[in-house]
Design a protein around this ligand. Structure first.
Ligand code: ADP
Ligand code: MG
Length: 262
């Protein structure tokens, strides 16, 4: 039995003449958190987009929870799935974007209910109940009737996390979830992600918050130039990086969190 929820093998992805991912392999086991670090342009966002088949790789394959993403096998051949099957698969992968991407014309509650309702994951009443539970889990029980424009960035990002969880994904991908936030709002979002990690949510999080990565991640993956330069437990990669590029990257990152709590 393969216990990896995320299994990415030999992924190559190019945009025009530029090969952005040059043979990426990694696995995330169920209940574990991988933190993806690396300089801007190293391919981190592209990697997440390949994971949920928003981008198609030219070579390699991705399996989520044992299911090949984007293709079905018949004999030795792979055939591309139909759009509706790709959408069904994509629900296994929750995505949280840097800029929240909430629907501005829907209330907080309806933002969370909309996608699972469209996917018929339950009745409207059931899904509203699930949404309320998720919104209280991210500390927003009192905001369910607000509109995104009435919320702070940190609150909006917590809605986005609840919305992603409402689809009952097998893995949650977060692409720099705190980069668009004012510094004083970063911790409230990181705390929610830490809670999810403690509760056993499988996640891949791209972050520049090194101390957060140390605390939350089982595995740190350091990328540069479209390849994984090194990966391992935080104590290894953050305290004893083997590669000079990892050392150079970490030496530029703040050593302690700039907004740690007292
Ligand atoms: P990161 O998230 O690590 O900053 P990205 O995955 O966003 O890196 O980008 C990696 C490289 O791929 C960059 O050089 C970027 O300009 C390029 N790239 C990303 N998306 C596209 C696209 N849709 N078309 C062309 N080039 C792209
Ligand atoms: Mg990016």
């Amino acid at each position: 039995m393969n216990e990896s929820t995320v299994d990415m093998r030999d992924i190559h992805k190019r945009f025009g003449a530029v090969e952005v991912l040059r043979g990426v392999d990694f696995q995330v086991r169920r209940g574990e958190v991988a933190a993806l670090l690396g300089p801007s342009g190293s391919g981190k966002s592209t990697l997440l987009r390949v994971l949920n088949h928003l981008e198609r790789a030219e070579r390699g394959r991705v399996s989520i929870d044992g299911e090949l993403m984007g293709y079905h096998r018949s004999g030795s051949r792979l055939h591309e799935l139909k759009e509706k099957d790709i959408l069904r698969q994509r629900r296994k992968v929750g995505f949280v974007f840097q800029n929240f991407n909430l629907f501005p014309h829907l209330t907080v509650l309806d933002n969370v209910v909309e996608a699972p309702l469209a996917a018929r994951l339950g009745s409207k009443a059931e899904l509203r109940e699930v949404a309320r539970t998720l919104l209280s889990r991210v500390g927003l029980a009192d905001k369910i009737q607000a509109y995104p424009g009435q919320l702070s960035g940190g609150q909006q990002q917590r809605v986005a996390i609840a919305r992603a969880l409402a689809q009952r994904p097998k893995v949650l991908l977060l692409d720099e979830p705190t980069s668009a936030l004012d510094p004083e709002l970063v911790d409230e979002v990181l705390d929610v992600i830490k809670d999810l990690a403690r509760a056993g949510t499988t996640m891949v999080v791209v972050t520049h918050e090194i101390e957060f990565a140390r605390e939350v991640a089982d595995t740190i993956i350091f990328m540069d130039g479209g390849v994984i330069i090194e990966q391992g437990p935080p104590s290894e990669i953050l305290d004893h990086p083997q590669h000079f590029r990892t050392r150079a990257f970490l030496s530029k990152a703040p050593l302690s969190p700039p907004h740690s709590k007292e």
